[in-house]
Design a protein around this ligand. Structure first.
Ligand code: ATP
Ligand code: MG
Length: 402
C-alpha cells in the first residue's frame, strides 16, 4: 500500500551551512540500513526532508524496522502515491485508504478528530491548498461519522502533497532521534560484557559519534564464550552505530602482575588505570577524540568519585561517561529497549570479577596508588607493549537479521 517514505529529521535541520553534511550522512545511513532489506529504494533529499521511494515490491515491515534504528530520523511517514486523476477521484481514494487504515485499529485507537494539511509543489493543480483542505475535509466528514475537525490539535493529520504524483500520508512513526552516525567524530568505547558499557556506547553513538571498541580479555580466566558475548554485544550496538572495530587485548599477564605485586584492595583501580592507558593508546592510533565507559557514580567501589578521579588521572583524552548519573534500573530499561540486555545478563565471567578483592578501596589516595604501581616498574612497560602488539582487531557488523 505504501510506495514511499517521507523522513523527518529535527536537529540536523538547524545546522546552518553544515546542513548538507548532516543530510548526506543521514542519506548514507539510510542506504546502509536498507541494504539488507528486500526491495530497491531511491533516496533523495528535498527541501528539509528525505524522500525514499520503493522501486517495486519490498519488505515494508523490514524497512520500517531498519529505519527505526537510524540515528537522526525523528519521524517516518509511510506514503501512498496516487496518480492525479482529478480531485473527485482523489477524495475517493483518500476515503478508501482512511477506512482501511481505521479497520486495522480498535475503536479506542481510532482518532476522533482530524485536519487536512495540503501542500502544492506544483502550482498548476486546479485547487489551491486551502481549497483542498476545505473540500477534502468535508468529504472525510461525510464518510466518517466519528470524526470532527480540530485545526489546533487533531488526533489525525491527513497530509496531501501535490507533486507529479499525489502523496498521501497520515501516520508518523517515531524514529530514534539523535544525530546521523559519523557526523561528530569517533570515540573509543571500553566494552565489557556487562549491562552498562553497551548502553554507554549506544548513547554516545546516538549523538553522531562513530564507535571503536576495546575489550580486555584474560584467558584462561575468561573464556572464549565471554569474548564471544562481547562481540555479540558489539554486533547489537553496530545495528545502530554502524560497523565497529573491536580490539581484543590479552590482559592476563598485566592482571597477574598487578595481582602479584600490588595490594589486593587496590587491584581494581590499578587494573582500570592500565585499561585506560591501553585504550587511550589505541584511541590515539585510530584518531578517536575521546574514551567512553559505562561508569556511574557509586555503582561499585571503583566508581566512587575518588575512584573515578584516580582512573581519569592517567588519561590525557576526555573520558565520556554518559551513564554517570543514571540509576541501574534506568540503564537496564535502555538496554532492554536497544536489545542488549538479554546478552549482557548471560553468566559468563568478566575479568574484573575474577581478580576482585574482598574489600576494595572506595577512597583511593592517588599517591598511594602511584606508589603501588611503581612496584610494577621493572616489567610493566614490556607487558603493556606485548599486550598492544598481540591485540586482535575484529570488524563487527550487524547481521542481516535486523
Ligand atoms: P559493565 O556493565 O559495562 O561491565 P560494570 O558495572 O560491570 O559495567 P565495571 O566492571 O566496574 O562496571 O566497569 C566499569 C567500566 O569499565 C565498564 O562500563 C567498561 O566501560 C569498562 N570495563 C570494565 N571491564 C572491562 C573489560 N574487560 N574490557 C573493556 N572495558 C571494561
Ligand atoms: Mg563489568
Amino acid at each position: 500500500m505504501f510506495q514511499a517514505f517521507l523522513i523527518k529529521y529535527g536537529e540536523i535541520g538547524l545546522k546552518g551551512k553544515n546542513r548538507y553534511v548532516f543530510e548526506d550522512a543521514l542519506v548514507r545511513q539510510i542506504k546502509y540500513a536498507l541494504k539488507p532489506i528486500e526491495g530497491e529504494f531511491a533516496i533523495t533529499k528535498e527541501q528539509g526532508r528525505i524522500y525514499i521511494e520503493a522501486m517495486g515490491a519490498y519488505d515494508y515491515e523490514g524497512a520500517i524496522l531498519a529505519l527505526k534504528m537510524v540515528f537522526g530520523i525523528v519521524g517516518i511517514c509511510p506514503v501512498i502515491l496516487l496518480e492525479d486523476e482529478g480531485f473527485d477521484k482523489l477524495c475517493e481514494e483518500v476515503v478508501s485508504h482512511l477506512s482501511s487504515y481505521f479497520s486495522g485499529k480498535s475503536v479506542a485507537e481510532c482518532p476522533d478528530s482530524f485536519k487536512v494539511h495540503a501542500r502544492r509543489s506544483r502550482k498548476d493543480y486546479p485547487l489551491d491548498s486551502m481549497e483542498i483542505n476545505m473540500q477534502l475535509g468535508e468529504r472525510i466528514l461525510d464518510a466518517f461519522s466519528q470524526l470532527r475537525v480540530d485545526v489546533h490539535k487533531p488526533k489525525l493529520l491527513v497530509s496531501i502533497e501535490v507533486r507529479k504524483k499525489i502523496n498521501l500520508y497520515f501516520e508518523t512513526i517515531p524514529g530514534l532521534g539523535g544525530m546521523p552516525s559519523g557526523t561528530a567524530g569517533k570515540a573509543m568505547l571500553l566494552l565489557s560484557g556487562g549491562i552498562d558499557s553497551p548502553v554507554a556506547g549506544y548513547m554516545v553513538a546516538k549523538r553522531g559519534v562513530k564507535i571503536d571498541a576495546v575489550y580486555f580479555h584474560a584467558p584462561p580466566y575468561t573464556s572464549e564464550r565471554a569474548k564471544q558475548k562481547v562481540l555479540d554485544l558489539a554486533k547489537i550496538v553496530a545495528r545502530y552505530a554502524g560497523p565497529i572495530y573491536v580490539k581484543v587485548v590479552n590482559f592476563t599477564d598485566i592482571q597477574l602482575a598487578i595481582y602479584e605485586k600490588c595490594p589486593h584492595e587496590e587491584l581494581t583501580i590499578i587494573m582500570r588505570r592500565y585499561m585506560m592507558r591501553i585504550a587511550e593508546h589505541f584511541a590515539k592510533e585510530t584518531e578517536c577524540l575521546g574514551l567512553i565507559t559505562g561508569e556511574s557514580i557509586g555503582q561499585v567501589a571503583s566508581q566512587t568519585m575518588k575512584s573515578l578521579a584516580a582512573t581519569d588521572e592517567v588519561c590525557t583524552m576526555p573520558v565520556y561517561r554518559p551513564l554517570i548519573a543514571f540509576d541501574k534500573q534506568d540503564i537496564i530499561t535502555i538496554s532492554e529497549k536497544i536489545g542488549t540486555y538479554e546478552t549482557s545478563i548471560l553468566p559468563f565471567e568478566d575479568c574484573c570479577t575474577i581478580f576482585v578483592a574482598k574489600h576494595p578501596v572506595t577512597k583511593p589516595n592517588r599517591n598511594i596508588i602511584k606508589r603501588s604501581e611503581s612496584r610494577l616498574a621493572d616489567q610493566i612497560e614490556d607487558l603493556v607493549k606485548t599486550a598492544i602488539d598481540t591485540t586482535e582487531t575484529i570488524r563487527v557488523e550487524a547481521g542481516s537479521t535486523w
